[in-house]
Design a protein around this ligand. Structure first.
Ligand SMILES: [Zn+2]
Length: 283
């Protein structure tokens, strides 16, 4: 059983690694969710790996998770666990974040917004341990290996952590019930990427007329936190694409806008490939 896919560079590789942790839609047979499947599927960052499908043609590597983020979320730390979900004694320390405590969207989702609990039961210790071992760990190991290999070879690496967001917030989200911009890019307030790298993500989007917010409402979460160390030449930026630009948010089907966004992102990746290659050459 394959839980992830790595699309390798076509032609000359560059130190640019993209990952899409939330676009997976292969639901494990043992996933006995209470909420109906179509509702649950609205939590996916649907089609994000397809929007970035051109990335390998620019020398970048693209990793994406095949499993759904509500089953186990690669963009959470392995100890971001709500013990209330587990029947029995979890044998490791936990550090639940506010997203986990307040909204139930931790490593393994407890709740989905107004739709209530994801499960009609508690999960066993073995079930949670198996999800970490089978899904979360290989994703983290693969992403770390790709980033480390690029950094080892070039001395610089840019990691673009790719997501999409609902077009509107709601009462359960950081920003409340407001319309969102076309893109949100995040570097944890300057902590995960050099300023010129963030600008290199921002400028191609701005120049095409998109609205872009920086670190608002999203600051960047676990994967950029883990991998972004700009002082060491490891740059990590999170990008959120407004779903209304490319899909029908109720049915998840692509809209004609998909092709414009895909073309924009292809241009963005080409520009980032050039930026990080130049930085690496400058030593
Ligand atoms: Zn996401």
């Amino acid at each position: 059983m394959s839980v992830l896919e790595v699309r390798q560079p076509q032609g000359a590789p560059v130190p640019l690694i993209l990952d899409s942790p939330h676009s997976g839609s292969v639901y494990p047979e043992t996933f006995d969710h209470r909420i109906d499947r179509m509702t649950l599927r609205r939590s996916e960052d649907a089609h994000v790996e397809e929007l970035f499908a051109d990335a390998p043609n620019h020398g970048a590597t693209l990793l994406h998770a095949l499993f759904p983020r509500c089953y186990i979320d690669p963009n959470r730390a392995a100890d971001d666990i709500d013990l209330g979900l587990i029947d029995g004694t979890w044998p490791h320390p936990v550090r639940p974040t506010t997203k986990t405590r307040d909204r139930g969207v931790g490593l393994i989702w407890r709740d989905m917004k107004a739709f209530g609990p994801v499960y009609a039961r508690k999960l066993t210790v073995d079930d949670v341990a198996a999800r970490i071992e089978t899904y979360w760990q290989p994703y983290h190991d693969t992403l770390s290996a790709l980033i480390d290999a690029a950094h080892g070879h070039w001395g610089q690496v840019l990691h673009l952590n790719c997501h999409s967001m609902a077009s509107m917030g709601d009462r359960t989200t950081e920003d409340g019930a407001v319309a969102r911009p076309d893109f949100v890019i995040s570097d944890r307030e300057g902590r995960t990427a050099a300023p010129d790298i963030l600008a290199a993500v921002l400028d191609p989007l701005k120049s095409e007329g998109y609205s872009v917010a920086i670190n608002d409402p999203y600051k960047g979460f676990e994967l950029v936190r883990k991998h972004g160390r700009p002082a060491e030449g490891r740059h990590s930026v999170q990008i959120e694409i407004n779903r209304a630009l490319y899909m029908d948010e109720a049915t998840l089907s692509k809209t004609p806008g998909f092709f414009r966004v895909k073309r924009t992102l292809s241009g963005l990746v080409a520009a980032l490939a050039e930026t990080i290659t130049r930085r690496a050459a400058a030593g």
